[in-house]
Ligand binder design. Structure first.
Ligand code: SF4
Length: 380
C-alpha cells in the first residue's frame, strides 16, 4: 500500500480527532466507479449533511438535541427513534460514530492504515448478525453505497474481534424519504466482495494511473469541469443531440441510437445541473455571473415564499361568506406523508398504515414515466 495512506492515517488508539482518510470507506463507492474521482470541498450540502448526522447520532445515543427544523430533520429523528425501538443490540449497545480500521488481505492482523467513522452499527441480540447503517440526505438510484457499508462491516469485525457473525445486514437510510433499505449478506460473500473492493482501492492508493470514467458520481467530483471524460461526452453529445431534437430528424434514428441519445441527454442534464449549482453558489458568494459583451447575465432573484395554510377551521371562517361548504371541501387536501408519519408514531405496522390510508382516498390511475432501467424491460 502506498505510504501516503499510512502517513495520513492517525492511530485509532490515539483517539485522534480527524477529518476523513483520503481512501476511507465513504470514498469507496465513487472511487470504485471512477478511480480518478476527487471529493469537492465543503459546500452548503455537506454542511447540511453534517447537521443531519449530528442529529442522528444524538438520537441514537439518547442525548438531548435541538427540535428538528424541517422535514429532513424530522425524518432523521423518526428513523433513528424507530431503529432504537425496533432493534435490541447485544448489551444494549449501539455503536455510534465508531472509528474503525479496515483489515487487508492478511485479515485481522493486517494493518493497512485505512480508517473510517461509521454512522451506526450493532449486533442483533438474537441472531448475532452484525448490522451496519449509513445515513444519506437523498437517494440516488445511480449510486451504489454498499461498498462503503461492507468496509465498515469489515472494520467492525476487526474492531470487536468478532469470531464471525453469520450475516452482515447493511442498511441505507435516506433523509429525504425516511426510507431505510436493507441488504443481508452471508459473511463469506460479504468478505469476498469486501476484499475485491479493498484490493481495487489499494491499487488506486498506490497511484496507478487512472482512466476517468463517466459515472453517477461526476456531479460530486472536484474534477468535473476539467475532466476529459466529461468533455468528451459533452462534445460528442451536443451536435448529435441538437440534431436529434428536431422532430423531422427523430424518426431517422434507430432504437439503439435513440437509447444512446437518451443516455447522453441524461449525462448532459447532470452536467448542466452542476454548472447551474456552481454558478448559483458563486453568485450567493457575491460574484457577478455575466458576459456583458454577449449580453448574458445571470443573477439571484427572490421568490415569494410558498403560502402554507395549516388551520382549516380558521380558513373556513374567513372564506365561508364566499364559498359553499361543498366548494370548500373540494379545496382541501390532506398530507398523506404527515398522516402516515403520525400513525407510524402510534406504533402501527407500516402495512396497516398503508391499508388504512388506501381506505381514506381514491387512488388515481397510474401514470407512465420514461426512465432508465438496469436490465432489458419486458415488452408487452
Ligand atoms: S468527473 Fe471525471 S474524474 Fe470525476 S468522477 Fe467523473 S469521470 Fe471521474
Amino acid at each position: 500500500m502506498k505510504s501516503v495512506m499510512k502517513n495520513n492515517a492517525p492511530s485509532v488508539m490515539e483517539g485522534a480527532v480527524m477529518e476523513h482518510h483520503p481512501y476511507g470507506p465513504s470514498k469507496w463507492p465513487p472511487l470504485l466507479e471512477c478511480g480518478c474521482f476527487e471529493s469537492r470541498g465543503p459546500s452548503e450540502a455537506t454542511e447540511r449533511g453534517t447537521r443531519l448526522h449530528e442529529l442522528f447520532a444524538a438520537v441514537m445515543r439518547g442525548d438531548q438535541h435541538d427540535e428538528p427544523a424541517d422535514m429532513l430533520e424530522r425524518n432523521v429523528v423518526r428513523v433513528a427513534e424507530t431503529i432504537r425501538r425496533t432493534y435490541e443490540p447485544t448489551l444494549g449497545r449501539f455503536y455510534v460514530e465508531e472509528l474503525v480500521e479496515l483489515p487487508g488481505p492478511g485479515g485481522m492482523s493486517d494493518d493497512t492504515g485505512i480508517w473510517g467513522r461509521l454512522d451506526l452499527a450493532w449486533i442483533d441480540v438474537d441472531t448475532l448478525d452484525l448490522h451496519v447503517a449509513d445515513l444519506k440526505s437523498a437517494e440516488n438510484p445511480e449510486r451504489n453505497h454498499l461498498p462503503q457499508l461492507l468496509a465498515y462491516a469489515a472494520g467492525m469485525v476487526r474492531h470487536l474481534h468478532l469470531e464471525g457473525p453469520r450475516n452482515v445486514v447493511l442498511h441505507m437510510i435516506y433523509a429525504d424519504s425516511s426510507k431505510m433499505t436493507t441488504t443481508t449478506l452471508d459473511i463469506g460473500d460479504a468478505s469476498t466482495e469486501y476484499l475485491a473492493d479493498y484490493l481495487r482501492i489499494a491499487e488506486i492508493g498506490r497511484g496507478k494511473a487512472c482512466e476517468p470514467r463517466q459515472c453517477g458520481w461526476c456531479d460530486l467530483c472536484a474534477r468535473f469541469t476539467s475532466c476529459p471524460a466529461m468533455q468528451a461526452v459533452a462534445e460528442k453529445a451536443s451536435p448529435r443531440l441538437a440534431d436529434a431534437a428536431k422532430p423531422e430528424r427523430w424518426a431517422d434514428f434507430t432504437s439503439e441510437q435513440k437509447a444512446r441519445l437518451c443516455a447522453l441527454a441524461d449525462t448532459l442534464s447532470r452536467w448542466c445541473e452542476a454548472v447551474r449549482d456552481y454558478a448559483s453558489e458563486d453568485a450567493k458568494a457575491g460574484e457577478c455571473i455575466a458576459d456583458p459583451a454577449n449580453a448574458i447575465y445571470f443573477g439571484l432573484q427572490e421568490r415569494k415564499g410558498r403560502l402554507l395554510i395549516k388551520d382549516v377551521r380558521q380558513t373556513w371562517e374567513v372564506v365561508k361568506p364566499y364559498l359553499t361548504a361543498e366548494g370548500y371541501r373540494r379545496c382541501l387536501s390532506v398530507s398523506q406523508v404527515e398522516i402516515r408519519d403520525a400513525l407510524r408514531r402510534t406504533g402501527m405496522k407500516a402495512s396497516d398504515v398503508t391499508a388504512m390510508l388506501e381506505r381514506c382516498g381514491t387512488r388515481l390511475p397510474p401514470t407512465t414515466v420514461f426512465v432508465r432501467k438496469s436490465a432489458e424491460p419486458d415488452v408487452a
